[in-house]
Design a protein around this ligand. Structure first.
Ligand SMILES: Cc1cc2nc3c(=O)[nH]c(=O)nc-3n(C[C@H](O)[C@H](O)[C@H](O)COP(=O)(O)OP(=O)(O)OC[C@H]3O[C@@H](n4cnc5c(N)ncnc54)[C@H](O)[C@@H]3O)c2cc1C
Length: 497
């Protein structure tokens, strides 16, 4: 039996491990943290459940790619899906305007045209272009073939360029680009294809999962165990063993060696460079990875309430301070919140019987530089200055939230928060980048980070080498293991299940 070591138990690592276990590999999945899931983790305080890096996903029906993936991996029927409001799962709030994004491309198109009738022609052209761009993303369309030139083309065009080509009204353009927080790049730098593929996924059907990302991580981990795989927690990889440009295993921080025929890594590519011999990759690759612009960090504010959050129970809110979206995707300051994303947990802590969703999570972008000075401090014991900064920023964000949802002010029972340092600690991602990579035009398309590098029997997976979101992470696992198992084989299995 062949053996594989998978580094990291986030969505990508779990999916890759499962795919290999389903194809007769003896899989050992090693995770630095004490719990599986990476960004899928949630944490609990009293009766409240707070999700960290997963709140909702797109279509999970049989005809949708994520639905089919979850079936193929054997976990779909172990999860309970809680669909968001079909008539407005994402609410895009701007000064004087709220646009409710409905499920379904046709409904989305129709609502846009109702809201901006003077832009009807441009909206049609834009939505057509969006659908055309999605077709270039092979597996999303159940197609193993990728026309690389077309893919490069849709990732070379910026979202701003496509908006400007088809529309004139800045309000309509802002609405069309209003969910950019989902990939963390402003329209002038966001690849149009990336915007298209992520938005399209959610338009297919937006849903929370009962138990949040933790339920997903647990279902995937359990299934891995059933297939004979082993999940080893508190097992940080400090070195990937490379012998004559071939990966042969890993060395853990404890010094233990695990030998394997195949190594899959969901570590950030930059972190990987510190774990492999210098000569294992070409200088040009090393320099490119080191010089990449890092993705933006974020701050999470977790609010425990005394009852269900009015106005947020069944939808997400993207609140923009202005219509200038190129100015919105940036860190908050102590006086200004250009954009926040707010959502509610699917439910409370199961063991406390708290069925209703009494928690709200608010995410904002926060420049890593704001917290970098405390990088060396211990998580859970950060100095008072760091805590004071967090309190001030929490206050600014909550004021913005209460402005929009005044009833919440009197409901607040508890507030917690995290920063890029928290993300860096829990997932090992450099500079706490929320989506790993800065997925901008200059770093996608032809310049996408590579899943396959010079080291044989070694594959990279994860959002930092693919696209953000649990769908992107799962797809990276299909493409990554597809190099070993055959992408056509995996696709056929996906189609058959
Ligand atoms: C605030 C926030 C909100 C989000 N909301 C959503 C959402 O609602 N819907 C959605 O689809 N996506 C969302 N995302 C994105 C989504 O969470 C990610 O795209 C996805 O979970 C990434 O999975 P991954 O496997 O690539 O990385 P990770 O989840 O980061 O997993 C990497 C794993 O590798 C481990 N690791 C790293 N280094 C080592 C090492 N040396 N040894 C051993 N283990 C190691 C880490 O501990 C971690 O467990 C959100 C992200 C953020 C930050």
């Amino acid at each position: 039996m062949k053996t594989a070591v998978v580094i990291g138990s986030g969505m990508s690592g779990l999916c890759a491990g499962l795919l290999l276990a389903m194809h007769d590999y003896k899989v050992t999945l090693v995770e630095q943290h004490s719990r599986p899931g990476g960004l899928l983790q949630r944490f609990y305080r009293k009766a409240w459940a707070f999700d960290t890096g997963f709140h909702y996903c797109g279509g999970v029906a049989h005809e949708d790619i994520l639905g089919r993936i979850l079936r193929h991996l054997g976990v779909h029927d172990r999860l309970t899906f809680l669909p968001l409001d079909e008539d407005g799962f994402d609410r895009l709030r701007f000064p004087g305007l709220e646009f409710r994004v409905p499920v379904g491309v046709d409904r989305y198109r129709a609502r846009l045209k109702d809201t901006f009738p003077h832009e009807a022609t441009g909206i049609d052209a834009f939505v057509d272009a969006l659908e055309g761009a999605v077709e270039t993303y092979g597996l999303c369309q159940f197609n193993a073939h990728i026309d690389r030139e077309r893919l490069f083309e849709v990732e070379r065009m910026s979202l701003r360029a496509v908006l400007d080509a088809h529309l004139r009204d800045p309000t309509a353009k802002a609405v069309l680009a209003g969910q950019g927080f989902l990939y963390g790049v402003p329209p002038s730098e966001a690849p149009f294809g990336l915007h298209a593929v992520i938005l399209h996924h959610f338009l297919c059907g937006a849903t929370r999962i009962r138990g949040g990302g933790e339920a997903l991580a647990n279902a995937l981990s359990q299934r891995l165990g059933e297939l004979g795989g082993t999940l080893r927690l508190r097992s940080k990889v400090r070195q990937v063993l490379v012998d004559d440009l071939e990966a042969t295993g890993v060395v853990l921080a404890s010094g233990e060696e695990i030998r394997a025929d195949l190594v899959i890594s969901s570590m950030h590519p930059r972190t990987l460079l510190d774990c492999i011999p210098k000569t294992a990759v070409r200088k040009v690759y090393r320099n490119r990875v080191r010089e990449q612009r890092p993705g933006l960090a974020c701050m999470g504010i977790y609010v425990g309430l005394d009852g269900p959050p009015q106005g947020l129970a069944n939808c997400n809110v993207f609140r923009h301070r202005s219509y200038d979206l190129d100015d919105a995707i940036r860190g908050i300051s102590e006086t200004e919140v250009p954009l926040y994303f707010a959502t509610a947990a699917a439910e409370g802590r199961p063991s406390r019987g708290a069925a209703p969703s009494n928690a709200v999570m608010v995410n904002v972008l926060l420049d890593y530089e704001r917290v970098e000075a405390w990088r060396g401090s211990q998580s859970g014991r950060r100095p008072p200055e760091y805590m004071a900064l967090k309190r001030r920023l929490e206050g600014v964000v909550l004021e913005a939230l209460f402005e929009d949802f005044p009833a919440l002010r009197s409901q607040v029972m508890r507030v917690e928060s995290s920063t890029g340092l928290t993300n860096e600690f829990y997932t090992g991602v450099p500079r706490g980048a929320m989506y790993g990579h800065y997925h901008c035009v200059g770093q996608m398309g032809r310049y996408r980070p590579s899943q396959i590098i010079r080291i044989r029997h070694f594959v990279q997976v994860g959002q930092a080498v693919f696209t953000p979101g649990i769908l992107g992470a799962a797809l990276s696992a299909y493409y990554g293991t597809g190099w070993v198992l055959g992408l056509e084989t995996l696709l056929q299995e996906l189609k058959d299940c």
